[in-house]
Design a protein around this ligand. Structure first.
Ligand code: PEP
Ligand code: MN
Length: 339
């Protein structure tokens, strides 16, 4: 059960609510975000929920039987929108496109990609400066110095930044230089990192773990929300299965299901989802029909020279084709209003 408290609730009314819930044998967690003041109540006893709804200081109350609560659609029916400023909104009426290299490599690389994005009216650039790599000998990113350069060039051009945060100490270090934190697949259940991201007021994209279930992804988002940050979005990036003909199995089912289960925006990452350049665009287009609110994909001036993930990275011509067709597909989808 979730209770939303009135903003101006007095101490007495609040105490009264807690006494009532505790008398029902429910465990309570208070959650304060920039948007609301909630009490998440976990327990088994059956009772008439109206006895809570009628208490002074209660703004709203709902039973939520899912393992995740605050991110559930059973709590909030209307879709969450994330406002990055300057009219860049994720989860609104438009389809969001985020693109950029796997890794930030140089100022020249960043400038060329920004020109490509601007010429296609794309406002959000991705690019890692802290790279989780399977091999310790592979390129691991330019770090904070690279992020500062990435930030400077993006700010000059009105571009928003999404980039991966790998550990708790980076949350504050990166704060001033980014617009969205990305939690990578390998950190999807790094609960200390999720706790820390719950304590900052900046949007977070949480990727699904390589072997993470849909329920686990939602509970990871719940960690962040329950620590006080509700500016969240989820990302399907493929899971590891027995199939090894491609890098990952891009789970389109998950996108359709997530849209039913949560009010958070759902983003598709077809680059990591399939891992093969020739197939990325088709999977991206398919994700539109499954209800994704946006895509994030890898693009580079010369994918064959990229320092990471070149095999799944689009060149500028491919990326332009994809952007045009994502927009066409999205308006087609809107026009047929899929049930
Ligand atoms: C990335 O976005 O470059 C990345 C490392 O993604 P993932 O965490 O999905 O593997
Ligand atoms: Mn990558």
């Amino acid at each position: 059960m979730i209770i939303q408290l009135e903003e101006k609730i007095n101490k007495k009314a609040k105490e009264n609510i807690f006494v009532k819930i505790n008398s029902l044998g429910y465990k309570t967690t208070e959650v304060k975000t920039h948007h609301g003041n909630y009490v998440v109540c976990i327990g088994k006893m059956e009772f008439d929920i109206r006895s809570i709804g009628s208490l002074a200081g209660v703004k709203d109350v709902h039973r939520v039987s899912d393992s995740y609560k605050l991110v559930s659609r059973k709590w909030k029916v209307e879709q969450t929108q994330i406002d990055l400023g300057n009219n860049v909104i994720i989860g609104g009426n438009d389809f969001t496109i985020m693109a950029g290299p796997c890794s930030i490599e140089s100022e020249d690389q960043v400038r060329k990609i920004i020109q490509h994005l601007l010429s296609n009216n794309i406002r959000i650039m991705r690019g890692g400066v802290f790279k989780p790599r399977s091999s310790p000998y592979a390129f691991r990113g330019l770090g904070m110095q690279g992020l500062k350069m990435f930030n400077r060039v993006c700010r000059e051009n009105g571009i928003k930044i999404i980039t991966e945060v790998m550990q708790v100490s980076q949350v504050h270090e990166m704060y001033d230089y980014i617009d969205v934190y990305q939690v990578g697949a390998r950190n999807s259940q790094n609960f200390n990192l999720l706790d820390a991201l719950g304590k900052v007021d900046k949007p977070v994209l949480v990727k699904r773990g390589m072997s993470g279930t849909i329920d686990e992804l939602l509970q990871s988002a719940e960690y962040i929300f329950s620590n006080g940050n509700e500016k969240l979005m989820l990302c399907e990036r493929g899971i590891r299965t027995y199939e090894n003909a491609y890098r990952n199995t891009f789970d389109l089912n998950a996108i359709s299901l997530l849209k039913e289960k949560t009010h958070l925006p759902v983003i598709a990452d077809p680059s990591h989802g399939i891992g093969i350049r020739e197939h990325v665009s088709r999977m991206a287009l398919a994700s539109v029909m499954t209800g994704a609110d946006g895509v994030i994909y890898e693009v580079h001036e010369k994918p064959e020279e990229a320092m990471s993930d070149g095999q799944q990275t689009l060149n500028f011509a491919e990326s332009t084709w994809l952007i045009n067709n994502l927009r066409k597909t999205f308006s087609l989808k809107e026009s047929i209003s899929i049930l």
